[in-house]
Design a protein around this ligand. Structure first.
Ligand code: ATP
Length: 516
């Protein structure tokens, strides 16, 4: 855990030092759980959004995009259930005056028990070596079995308390498990209360409840209320999907873990409208499709896992998370939910407008079912950065070893695709040749020219921002129009004709390869 903490701190520091993420309003000491993306951060984030949009909209004939407004008619949030049920249970510690999410305190406790199991397994693996059979060990070791049973019982009680909105039951669980305030170690807790996560504001000059507006807590509702507009104007037949990327706002109780839990964040959501009764088929399809999308970026299978919801939301009849192994453990990265006809039905009821689809195959009109995939862009950013940032030892020309921080991003999403560097900064010939190449390449890619340091320093800087290729212009370049291309991960350098640089880089950074 200590090792993970160090890694996480390093990642946060790297994000700031290299212009990926800054704290919002830092000069005023920041604003809790709100962050700004810097010059490289915005490029990476845009590339992740582009990758998602292409995978959803460009690669599916039956998925189209929209960009709905953040403000919506306040009745939207009544119909969706957010006014009445978009709550988190909060609890205060009377001594430290710190506020926590009661369910998260219990989840953290469960994680600790899981940590104990993992420790036993690591120890046993060391002891038994190659002959170690993890499944057998898990099903026979008494300590592991006892801890597993403990975890399951607590998880079940938590799920029941959450779905029955039993705040007293939740408090009892915290007391029984003797959970202490992580800050002060005190067990002096208040009762658990429900807290609505929606931010509200006022419309124009209308005072009171009449003019109350909400900042959308999810982008999905903008899709639901536009369902018929989109279906009619694009003449889509079921099954078809609507995709959207946009900001969402939640007044999160606990502002922790950097951009994992923010108050203003961005979602990439897709609602897939289907015939009732086909939802399990599509649920499985989207589970596999989305997992493949993550793996194509180079995120290994062992860092990703499915986690079925113990506690289904009011609108869902099946729900699973794709969890990622963040520096603080496995946590939700994306949700896949079978939302039934809950949302369309509720909007139909409250608005009095029909939201039905006429099925030409069955000659019937009905409210479609919906399968949703929902991923936080910022969480995807964090997952990608945490996997990509590596500290490694490299051997230099003279056999000297040194360490470098390198961001091993997939080239297709790297903020800068290629950097053009003159071997020496004060050599007029090298500088003008390098600038000439840079001015040519910038038509095709996001590239950089840099002559502000020694070549070794320039390479390290490009490694730290994840640039997959560095083109170095040296004296030979002036004679034979060749340059070296250095590959970020392998550190291999290849001499190539200048006119080939563009096609070499293009092939490697093309997003197409993520879809094949
Ligand atoms: P959590 O249980 O972590 O609060 P959630 O289940 O409420 O998340 P959803 O409502 O399913 O999340 O939202 C879909 C996705 O939006 C999540 O998988 C996550 O990637 C992202 N997301 C949700 N809340 C936040 C937040 N506060 N900050 C950043 N991303 C978020």
């Amino acid at each position: 855990m200590a090792e993970q903490n160090i890694q996480f701190k390093k990642l946060v520091a790297h994000c700031k030092e290299y212009g990926f993420i800054y704290q919002s309003s830092e000069i005023y000491d920041g604003l809790g759980a709100v962050y700004d993306y810097g010059p490289y951060g915005v490029e990476l984030k845009n590339n992740l959004k582009d990758y998602w949009w292409r995978a959803m909209v460009q690669m599916h004939e039956n998925i189209v995009g929209i960009d709905a407004a953040i403000f919506m008619h306040p009745k939207t949030w009544k119909a969706s259930g957010h006014v009445d049920a978009f709550n988190d249970p909060l609890i205060d510690n009377k001594d430290s005056k710190k506020r926590y999410r009661a369910d998260v305190l219990v989840e953290d406790y469960i994680d600790k028990v899981e940590g104990k199991i993992n420790k036993e397994i690591t120890k046993a693996r060391k002891r038994f070596g190659d002959s170690f059979d993890e499944a057998q060990f898990r099903s026979t070791n008494p300590r592991v079995l006892a801890n597993q049973e403990k975890m399951d019982t607590i998880a079940k009680r938590l799920a029941t308390a959450m779905s029955e909105e039993d705040m007293e039951g939740l408090k009892n669980l915290i007391v029984e498990l003797e959970i202490a305030c992580p800050e002060s170690g005190s067990r002096n807790w208040t009762d658990v209360r429900q807290f609505n996560l929606m931010f509200s504001t006022q419309l124009g000059n209308i005072a009171g409840e009449e003019g109350k507006l909400y900042l959308r807590p999810e982008t999905a509702q903008g899709i639901f209320v536009n369902f018929l507009n989109v279906q009619k104007t694009t003449r889509q037949k079921l099954p078809f999907g609507i995709a959207q990327i946009g900001k969402a706002f939640r007044n999160e109780i606990v502002a922790r873990q950097f951009i994992f839990r923010m108050r203003e964040f961005e979602q990439m959501e897709m609602q897939f409208f289907i015939q009732p009764g086909t939802e399990m088929e599509w649920y499985n399809y989207w589970k596999e499709t989305r997992l493949k999308w993550h793996k194509a970026l180079g995120h290994p299978g062992e860092k990703l896992r499915f986690h079925d919801h113990d506690n289904l939301a009011h609108y869902a009849n099946a729900a699973v998370d794709i969890q990622f192994n963040f520096p603080f453990g496995f946590k939700e990265l994306e949700g896949i939910h079978s939302r039934t006809d809950f949302d369309l039905n509720s909007h139909q009821e409250l608005s009095g407008k029909k939201l039905q689809y006429f099925d030409p195959q069955t000659n019937e009109s009905y409210v479609p079912y919906v399968l949703e995939t929902s991923i936080g862009c910022d969480r995807m950013f964090l997952a990608t950065m945490s996997h990509a940032l590596v500290e490694e030892e490299v051997t230099g020309a003279g056999g000297k070893t040194s360490t470098r921080d390198v961001l091993k991003l997939h080239p297709a999403i790297a903020p800068v695709k290629v950097a053009v560097l003159p071997l020496k900064r004060n050599e007029e010939g090298l500088v003008s040749k390098a600038k000439e190449i840079f001015n040519q390449l910038r038509f095709s890619f996001n590239c950089q020219y840099d002559d502000t340091g020694s070549i070794g320093k320039l390479y390290r800087r490009q490694d730290a921002i994840g640039t997959p290729y560095c083109v170095t212009v040296d004296f030979e370049s002036l004679e034979d129009n060749t340059v070296t291309i250095r590959e970020r991960d392998s550190l291999k350098q290849e001499r190539v004709p200048i006119e080939k640089v563009e096609s070499i880089v293009r092939e490697k950074v093309d997003m197409k390869q993520l879809f094949i």
